[in-house]
Design a protein around this ligand. Structure first.
Ligand code: UDP
Length: 348
């Protein structure tokens, strides 16, 4: 199946491209390359890449129809796109507070343009959307199920939450088939070592720990050690990025099966993606020491605004309905794969 992957040059999107290819689908990447990496798409994934903005109908429409000049000679030429995985988004919480317009324009406005295009033809084109546990806001109960109340506390989380509403409305009104995945903490890297996380700036815990262990950074800040958790540091549910990617293929395939059988519900399918196990910042540091055999200098800093003490998913629904079984649930494995990638990307 021909699948447009927006944000396919980014961290999670690039792993999804690989999962699609391995499942026998044909991915086409649309990415504005603000944070994405063209070299990964061209040299590692080997799939067509179009540099453009999701919110630009002059790029989007011809891509969906196969008439874009960059598609000449490819399997996409003169063929319509059959499904979309929509990853393209900005994802820095702090920046979203400082510059919400950038987040609403890109994450919400551009997605509206995309959805209008998807329902503009004879048949709506199914979409799988990357949402986040940040749409829940502060947890009221742990583990968090899909029914947990949603009260996001920053513009990034709100931009994703608003898109969830768009999808609900488009599903009801236009029959747009959609899946919403709410990720917990994406981490790790493809076990082959040639895909992984490469953000600039890097804000995520595991790559920052590895940056310090490899000498790229001099010390780690632990954002608060006075949380109501056993060791006082925040607990998160780290999920391997290749497991996230696999879930997208399963979600898409379920959507298409339901459509074939005329059993599509008139609302999006919604799934949390996490392991259901939480690890503290301190536990992540200890696991990373054991993986790399290296130590690190860490200072306790003040709490980061908006960080809840604990976020842990219940992904029971994805297990039951999609048959999703994370292949790499162990924190040690997740960090080991991240370390392989880190060494290859940054130290060789
Ligand atoms: N964290 C930390 N130091 C860092 C980066 C993150 O102590 O340099 C903590 C952060 O406060 C949170 C956890 O590690 O409790 C995971 O943070 P990350 O940014 O990776 O993901 P988030 O949970 O914010 O999506």
């Amino acid at each position: 199946m021909r699948v447009l992957v927006t944000g396919g040059a980014g961290y999670i999107g690039s792993h999804a491209v690989r999962a699609l290819t391995r499942a026998g689908h044909q991915p086409l990447v649309l990415d504005n390359l603000v944070y994405g990496h063209a070299d990964i798409v061209r040299d590692v994934l080997g799939v067509p890449l179009v540099n453009g903005q999701v919110g630009n109908p002059d790029v989007l429409q011809p891509l969906l129809k196969g008439t874009h000049p960059d598609l000449v000679g490819s399997v996409f030429e003169a063929k319509t796109i059959e499904a979309v995985l929509h990853f393209a988004a900005y994802a820095y919480v702090g920046e979203s507070v400082a510059d919400p317009a950038k987040y609403y324009r890109n994450n919400l406005g551009d997605t509206l343009t995309l959805l209008e295009a998807l329902v503009g033809g004879d048949h709506p084109i199914p979409i799988v959307f990357s949402s986040t546990c940040a749409t829940y806001g502060p947890p009221q109960s742990i583990p968090m199920t899909e029914g947990h109340p949603q009260a996001p506390i920053n513009p990034y989380g709100r931009s994703k939450w608003m898109v969830e509403h768009l999808l609900r409305d488009f599903c009801k009104a236009y029959g747009l088939p959609s899946v919403i995945f709410r990720y917990f903490n994406a981490a790790g890297a493809d076990p082959d070592g040639d895909l992984g996380e490469d953000h600039d700036p890097e804000t995520h815990l595991i790559p920052r720990v590895l940056d310090v262990m490899s000498g790229r950074e001099s010390y780690l800040q632990i954002f608060g050690d006075d949380y109501p958790t056993p060791d006082g540091t925040c607990i998160r549910d780290y999920i391997h990025v290749s497991d996230l990617a696999d879930a997208h293929v399963l979600g898409l395939e379920r959507l298409l099966r339901l459509r074939e059988r005329n059993e599509l519900p008139n609302e999006p399918l919604i799934y949390n993606l996490g392991n259901g196990t939480g690890y503290s910042v301190q536990q992540v540091i200890e696991a990373a020491k054991s993986v790399t055999g290296r130590g690190l200098l860490a200072h306790v800093a003040k709490r980061r605004e908006g960080d809840p003490a604990q976020l842990v998913a219940s992904a029971e629904r994805a297990r039951v309905e999609l048959g999703w079984r994370p292949r790499y649930p162990e924190l040690h494995t997740i960090i080991d794969h991240a370390w392989r990638w880190h060494q290859r990307r940054h130290l060789s």
